[in-house]
Unconditional design. Sequence first.
Length: 124
Amino acid sequence: MRADIPSVGIATAHGLASMFNAVLQGKLVDSARLAELSALAFEGVDQVFGTPARMALGFPIGRMGAPAEENSVAFGWPGGGGSYAYADPARGVAFALTKNRLVPNFDTALSVTTILADHLAGTR
C-alpha cells in the first residue's frame, strides 16, 4: 500500500466493499441518486476496446461474468491486476476483491463472483 502509481487507486477490499455498501444503504447517496448510478446511460461498442459495453454514469453495468439472462444491474469497476468491486442494488450486495499478486486477467474475480452469485441464488 506504499506505492503511489498515477491513475491507480489504492484501496483494500474491505474499504471498497464498505463504500459500495454505504451507497446501497443510502448513507452516501439517496435512493434517487442510486437509481441514476445504476441506470443505463450508454449501450454500444466501447471505442477503445471494440467490445460491447453497457455503462451507467461512470460505471459499467452488469456483474462481470454474469449471463445475459441475469440482466444484472450491478455497477462497479474492474481494477488493474485482476481486482474487482461492485454494488448490486437488486440483490443488496456489495463485493470487492483486491489482489496482492497482480495478473493480466480476472479469473479469480470471475470465480469468486460466480460462487457468490450461486450462493445468493440458493444453488450452493
